[in-house]
Ligand binder design. Structure first.
Ligand code: 1HE
Length: 260
């Protein structure tokens, strides 16, 4: 594992693991932190087939570095927010499937970062909040689009207006996370899921990551039209032929029933 100023980085098999590593400040994200994250996302894209983001210390992430933010001019604030959008956009609509392992506080910009990955795993210590209303600010790292799409506007307004925080089980019911595991088990579970995703055809993963969110932003007629082209493009790739024949020749397993 390599340690940088704000993050750790390692590649395990085909999975890049990025650890938010500013535990004394609860992994609060400053401008320099975002730049290091940007560098390591790009590195992961060239060295791995899937990625996991987790937090070192007692919490996943306390969001925006408020000490740095308090000194910004309005225009610097706009640039900062736009840079979060750009970098988190590489996670949401980039080359790799990303997974988040969540524990402790997942608040403000921490929830915005978590909302940009494709699959979220929370352990039972995790809690979720959007304290922007209490701080006199607004979400600026993509939550008004991504977190609202996950949980719905009414729940997000409740969290922002009343300061409501929710635990991992509620977060699962609200579609903020897809998996809840025992305390301390989120990273292993996220790595396991990411390793699985890394075995998929690269073109399928790319379509899943990049086409699905875009199709949600289209009208249904346009969405179905685009789907047909992506379906045909992926299904006629050499890799698809190989994988389809492997199934037809009984060389790979069947779809398994869910466990438990
Ligand atoms: C921070 C930050 C921060 C902690 N920026 N320094 N986010 C928030 O409003 C969340 C603010 N943080 C908290 O509510 C709590 O810190 C936690 C619930 C996350 C964790 O509590 P705890 O008891 O484990 O830690 P702590 O004692 O509160 O914090 C430890 C240190 O981290 C302390 O500094 P110290 O110098 O006194 O040791 C805190 O000041 C510091 N710290 N959080 C800066 N966020 C793109 S727009 C996104 C908009 C947002 O993200 S708004 C939400 C911001």
């Amino acid at each position: 594992m390599e340690s940088f100023t704000y993050l750790t980085y390692e590649v395990r098999g085909d999975v890049a693991i990025l650890g938010l590593n500013r535990p004394k400040k609860r992994n609060a994200i400053s401008d320099a932190f975002v730049e290091e994250l940007a560098t390591l996302i790009r590195r992961a894209e060239s060295e791995a087939k899937a990625g996991v983001i987790h937090g070192h210390g007692p919490h996943f992430c306390a969001g925006l570095d408020l000490a740095e933010h308090v000194k910004k001019t309005p225009f610097e604030g706009v640039h900062g927010s736009r840079r979060w959008h750009e970098v988190f956009g590489w996670i949401q609509k980039g080359k790799l499937p990303w997974f988040a392992a969540l524990h402790g506080a997942v608040v403000g910009g921490g929830l915005e970062l978590a909302s940009s990955v494709q699959v979220r795993v929370a352990d039972r210590s995790a809690f979720f909040g959007l304290p922007e209303g209490q701080r006199g600010i607004f979400v600026g790292g993509g939550a008004s689009v991504r977190s609202a799409q996950l949980m719905g506007v009414a729940r997000m307004q409740d969290m922002m207006l009343t300061g409501r925080t929710v635990d991992a089980d509620t977060a699962e019911r609200w579609n903020i996370v897809q998996y809840v595991v025992d305390e301390g088990a989120a990273l292993d579970k996220a790595v396991e899921l990411a390793a699985h995703a890394a075995t998929n055809a690269e073109i399928s993963n790319y379509a899943i990551i990049n086409a699905l969110p875009r199709i949600q932003d289209m009208g249904s007629d346009d969405g179905l039209f685009v789907e047909s082209f992506i379906a045909s493009f992926t299904a006629t790739s050499p890799e698809a032929e190989e994988r389809l024949n492997a199934f037809l020749n009984k060389k790979v397993g069947k779809v398994a029933r869910p466990e438990g």
